[in-house]
Write a protein that binds this ligand. Structure first.
Ligand code: GTP
Length: 600
């Protein structure tokens, strides 16, 4: 144990700029993994992550590196999730490091997410080494990229490193720079134990395994410890260090070291990211490291099993997922239209998609998912304030004083030729202009303040398509603001459909109502009878359309013809049936519940 020869660092990069490729390269050059063991992209080890090419969960890897000065160093690479939903987790993994590699694709330039994470790193006082990646590409422009880094982040790029994570050129210099430029952790072995939890996962044999950075003192196998925020006490049954795919037990983890511990912890909600571990006997006098932050769901949706018999399975599956995902929240929701299901809270849209996908894939559930919604704060006539996480629960305007909705500060980075169309988009979504700034001659940053509700519809996709994929964005919550919001109800065949209700700005109610009824007309299959569709505010109908009845001869077409074709049609129908919920007498398909997300 020699703290002066430890380096704890992470890699900050925009999606696809080469974080995983560079990480693999570092592991390979330090012989942490043998060539033949090298699976592509070891650090992203969830299937879902690999498939979607995004990093969701944090991991860490310890490397031994023989530097040019002839000394061996321990390099701990701590991975950070690359998505906006997980900002707090990113900030905690950064807090476990002394330095960061800021990887920028030299053929693309700086992106919004990179900036956001770099600011987090600067806030944690990290030493940042700019790395310009993909220099093997003909489109790589080192000078322009360096200039962008300087103008956007204000980071001196004189000593920026250039590399190709793909070919390996320049990677040896990165290892040397980590040793030379990133400071070693402070030697605080003599102080009381304080360790920061920066990640955890649930294992059915050992319980929760927590990943920690020891900030001061030491933690030994057998120690009685306490988690400051949760207040729970455990025995550290085992502590050790992490290499990809393996955990190596050790006697102790000391100040400056990174590793894992476990000890009969039942659920990740008892071992939250950001919590501080101290020795049980000293827990009263030793203070927690930084302010622990409770994860707060910002997006809610309803999950209902298509088959009511799957309700129990859905509950068990959510409970299992929660063991590993402290930010997931859910509670039972019953409605006459949808039957038994759950109202679930997520950190953001991506988080929501991940959970849905895992439920369907890993637990084989068929779900109806209702459109995501933000949490509104409603000031009631009696002076109380209530949270509304489901549009159908918004009370009539006669019972309330006002409704407030969450706002975000949004920043987009884009080539300048798309700035006009992107500003138009932001304006359309009730955005309030804040600032436009040139980053370089060719690229600009555009800032708006906007209701979160407008961002969680198809804003991201619209931004991408308007900018031909070139723009990137980032947002953070800035608090609640009152607006003239109303509940827009949908009636199908004269019957209220609560899962299709929306909260919209009064000025937009007519437009949304019209677009939504039109869309529903396309999405809901014809019935044997005519189905009126209406959008209403209270008793007032603001828009309507109708689905004409099915013509009797639709199936007749297939008779007498090709048998396999008929079979196929029936199969298709059966499959289509799987994702439907009956509202009154009408079967409503999954897509209809999401219709409000892409009305344009
Ligand atoms: P996330 O995990 O989604 O954050 O992405 P990432 O930043 O880890 O990117 P990743 O390492 O997966 O690289 C994205 C793509 O760029 C892959 O197809 C890589 O093969 C490619 N790539 C990475 N580094 C280089 C490089 O130096 N040169 C070239 N030509 N391609 C590279």
């Amino acid at each position: 144990y020699e703290p002066s020869r430890i380096r704890n660092f992470c890699i900050i990069a925009h999606i696809d700029h080469g974080k995983s490729t560079l990480a693999d390269r570092l592991l390979q050059m330090t012989k942490t993994v043998e060539e033949r063991e090298m699976k592509q992209q070891l650090l992203d080890n969830m299937d879902l992550e690999r498939e979607r090419g995004i990093t969701i969960k944090l991991q860490a890897a310890r490397m031994n590196y023989l530097a040019k000065d002839g000394e061996w160093y321990v390099l701990n690479l701590i991975d950070t999730p690359g998505h906006v939903d997980f900002t707090y987790e990113v900030s905690r993994s950064l807090a476990a490091c002394e330095g960061a590699l800021l990887v920028v694709d030299a053929s693309q330039g700086v992106e919004a997410q990179t900036i956001a994470n770099t600011y987090l790193a600067l806030a944690s006082d990290l030493e940042i080494i700019p790395v310009l990646n993909k220099i093997d590409l003909p489109g790589a422009d080192l000078d322009a990229t360096a200039q962008e880094v300087e103008s956007t982040i204000g980071l001196d790029c004189t000593d920026a490193l250039a590399c190709s994570a793909k070919t390996g050129v320049g990677v040896a210099e990165i290892l040397e720079a980590i040793v030379a430029r990133i400071p070693p952790p402070a030697a605080r072995l003599d102080e009381p134990l304080r360790a920061l939890i920066f990640d955890s996962y649930y294992d059915s044999y050992r319980g929760v395994v927590v990943f920690i950075r020891v900030v001061s003192g030491q933690i030994c196998a057998g120690d009685k410890v306490r988690f400051k925020a949760s207040g729970k006490a455990y025995e550290a049954l085992e502590v050790g260090t992490l290499t990809p795919g393996a955990e190596k037990p050790a006697e102790a983890l000391r100040a400056g070291e990174v590793g894992y511990m476990y000890g009969g912890i039942k659920s990740v909600s008892d071992a939250r990211v950001g919590d501080t571990i101290v020795l049980n006997k000293a827990h009263e006098e030793v203070e927690a490291l930084a302010d622990y932050m409770e994860p707060i769901p910002v997006v809610y949706c309803g999950l209902f099993p298509v088959e009511t018999t799957q309700y129990q399975l859905l509950r068990e599956s959510l409970e299992k997922l929660q063991l590993n995902d402290a930010a997931l929240s859910f509670e039972p929701e019953t409605s006459s239209a949808m039957g038994f299901g759950f109202r679930c809270g997520f950190l953001g849209l991506l988080h929501m998609e991940i959970v849905q996908e895992r439920l369907e894939r890993e637990y084989d559930l068929d779900l109806i998912v209702t459109a995501p919604t933000v949490v509104y704060k409603v000031q009631m006539n009696d002076g109380s304030e209530i949270d509304v996480d489901s549009p159908s629960k918004l009370v009539d305007s006669s019972e309330r004083v006002s409704v407030s909705e969450p706002y975000v500060a949004l920043e987009m980075f884009t080539p300048k030729e798309y700035s006009g169309t992107l500003m138009e988009l932001a304006q359309d979504r009730r955005g309030e202009y804040v600032d436009l700034k040139f980053l370089t001659e060719k690229r600009v940053s555009i800032k708006y303040e906007m209701p979160l509700a407008e961002v969680i519809t198809d804003f991201f996709d619209a931004m991408k398509s308007r900018s031909k994929g070139y723009a990137s964005m980032e947002y953070s919550m800035i608090g609640y603001r009152p607006n003239d919001l109303v509940r827009l109800d949908i009636l199908i065949n004269g019957e209220l459909a609560p899962p299709l209700a929306n909260i919209v700005h009064r000025d937009a109610a007519f437009t949304v109502g019209k677009a939504l009824t039109k869309k529903l007309k396309e999405l809901i299959p014809r019935q044997m009878f005519k189905v009126p569709l209406q959008a209403a505010i209270g008793q007032k109908i603001v828009a309507s359309s109708s689905i004409s009845p099915m013509r009797k001869d639709v199936l007749a077409k297939c008779y007498g013809g090709d048998v396999s074709r008929k079979k196929k049609l029936l199969q298709k129908q059966a499959k289509g049936k799987k994702r439907m919920k009956a509202i009154g007498r009408v079967n409503v398909p999954q897509e209809a519940f999401m219709a409000v997300l892409n009305l344009k």
